[in-house]
Design a binder for this molecule. Structure first.
Ligand SMILES: *Cc1c(COP(=O)(O)O)cnc(C)c1O
Length: 349
C-alpha cells in the first residue's frame, strides 16, 4: 500500500501562496518602505484600516509583533492588563507582554461563555484607583476569535459591553483580532462591527486568508505613527515590503471564502462526534477534541496521516484554504478505519 500524503490540520498558517497570490507578489510595485513608504504597503494599510474601521493601519511581520507594539504603547512598566484566560498574549507570546511591554497580566475567567469574560468581571478587576501608590490597571486585551477556546466568537453586543466597561474605568482596549476575519464571517458582519470601542486591533493576514507573511496593527493616526517607530526599534522595518503587502492585498479579498473553512470544521466535528469523540462544537475553523492522552493521540494521528497540535490540554484541528471537503472526509475515514488507536479513543460503529 502506498502511503498517502498527510492532511495538515495543525494550523491555518500552513497554507501556501497560490498562483494568483504568487503572481501579485512577483508583479508588485515596490519602494523602500523605511525611507519612503512602499506604494503597495500603503495600499494594503489603507485597505486594512478601512476594513477594520480605524483611521490608519501598519503592516507588521507577525501577529506577535503587532500585539507587542500595541501593548508597549498602551502600557507603562508595571501596569496591570486584563485578558481572557488562555489568551494568546498570555500563553503563546513567550511572556513578551511582560518582558518587553512591561505589563503585569491578570487573566479573566470565561464567565460569559467559551473565551468570554463578563463586563462585570472587567469592572471588578479595574479598580480605577489612581493614587500614586496603587497598582494601575490600564488595559483590557480582548481576543476574537479566541484560539484556545476553539475559535470562539465574541458577539458584537458583548464586545461593546466589554469595551464600554473598560472605557468607563479608564482602561484602553486592544483587540487581538488574529482571526477577526473568521469572527466577522461567522457573524455575517463587516469586521469593523467587531472593533467598536477599541483603541487598537491586530489582525493576521497569514492565517486563514493565506498570505505567507504579515499582520496589521491598526488604530488612530497618532498610534500608527508611534507604532511605525516601535516596529523599527524591534527590527520589523522592511525595505521592498510591497512584495509581502501584495500577498496581503490578495488575502484581504478572501474573507468571504472563510465560510468554506467553517463548513469543513463543522463536517469534521460532526464526523468525530458521530464516532464517539468528545468535541467542542466549532463556531469557526477550529475543532477541539478532549482525549485521555493528548501526546499519544497526536502520535497516532500522525501515523495515520492526520496532523494536529496540542492546545491547552486538548487536540486542536484547524481547517484552512488548502484542505478540501474530500480531505476532511479522508481524515474521518482514516480515523474510523484505524485499528491501533490509543486507549480511550472510541472504536467506530
Ligand atoms: C496566531 C495568533 C497570534 C500571533 O500571530 P503570529 O503571526 O503567529 O505571531 C496572535 N493572537 C492569536 C489569537 C493568534 O492565534
Amino acid at each position: 500500500m502506498t502511503k498517502t500524503a498527510s492532511t495538515d490540520l495543525r494550523s491555518d498558517t500552513v497554507t501556501r501562496p497560490d498562483k494568483k497570490m504568487a503572481a501579485a507578489m512577483a508583479e508588485a510595485e515596490v519602494g523602500d518602505d523605511v525611507l519612503d513608504h512602499d506604494p503597495t504597503m500603503r495600499a494594503l494599510e489603507e485597505k486594512a484600516a478601512q476594513l477594520l474601521g480605524t483611521a490608519a493601519a501598519l503592516w507588521v511581520p507577525s501577529g506577535t509583533m503587532g500585539n507587542l507594539i500595541a501593548l508597549s504603547i498602551h502600557l507603562r512598566r508595571g501596569d496591570r492588563f486584563l485578558a481572557p484566560r488562555g489568551a494568546h498574549v498570555l500563553h503563546h507570546e513567550l511572556g513578551s507582554a511582560a518582558w518587553l511591554a512591561g505589563g503585569m497580566p491578570e487573566p479573566l475567567d470565561w464567565n460569559a461563555g467559551p473565551g468570554r469574560p463578563t463586563a462585570d468581571a472587567v469592572r471588578a478587576h479595574a479598580s480605577g484607583d489612581r493614587r500614586y501608590d496603587a497598582l494601575h490597571t490600564t488595559l483590557l486585551c480582548l481576543e476574537n476569535t479566541h484560539n484556545a477556546a476553539g475559535g470562539a466568537v465574541i458577539p458584537p453586543h458583548e464586545h461593546a459591553q466589554l469595551a464600554a466597561a473598560a472605557r468607563d474605568r479608564g482602561l484602553r482596549v486592544h483587540l487581538d483580532g488574529a482571526r477577526i476575519w473568521n469572527a466577522a464571517t461567522a457573524l455575517e458582519l463587516p469586521p469593523a462591527a467587531l472593533t467598536v470601542g477599541v483603541d487598537t486591533v491586530q489582525a493576521c493576514l497569514s492565517k486563514g486568508l493565506g498570505a505567507p507573511v504579515g499582520s496589521v496593527v491598526a488604530g488612530t493616526s497618532d498610534f500608527v505613527a508611534e507604532a511605525r517607530r516601535m516596529r523599527k526599534m524591534l527590527g520589523g522595518g522592511v525595505r521592498q515590503g510591497g512584495v509581502l503587502a501584495a500577498a496581503g492585498l490578495v488575502a484581504l479579498d478572501r474573507v468571504p471564502a472563510l465560510a468554506t473553512d467553517h463548513r469543513h470544521a463543522k463536517l469534521l466535528a460532526d464526523g468525530l462526534t458521530e464516532l464517539g469523540w468528545d468535541i467542542t462544537e466549532p463556531q469557526t475553523n477550529i475543532v477541539l477534541a478532549a482525549v485521555p492522552d493528548v501526546r499519544l493521540t497526536l502520535d497516532w494521528l500522525q501515523e495515520i496521516g492526520v496532523l494536529a497540535v496540542p492546545m491547552d490540554g486538548n487536540v486542536r484541528f484547524v481547517t484552512h484554504r488548502d484542505v478540501t471537503e474530500r480531505d476532511i472526509k479522508g481524515v474521518l475515514r482514516r480515523i474510523s478505519h484505524s485499528t491501533d488507536r490509543p486507549a480511550g479513543i472510541p472504536q467506530a460503529g
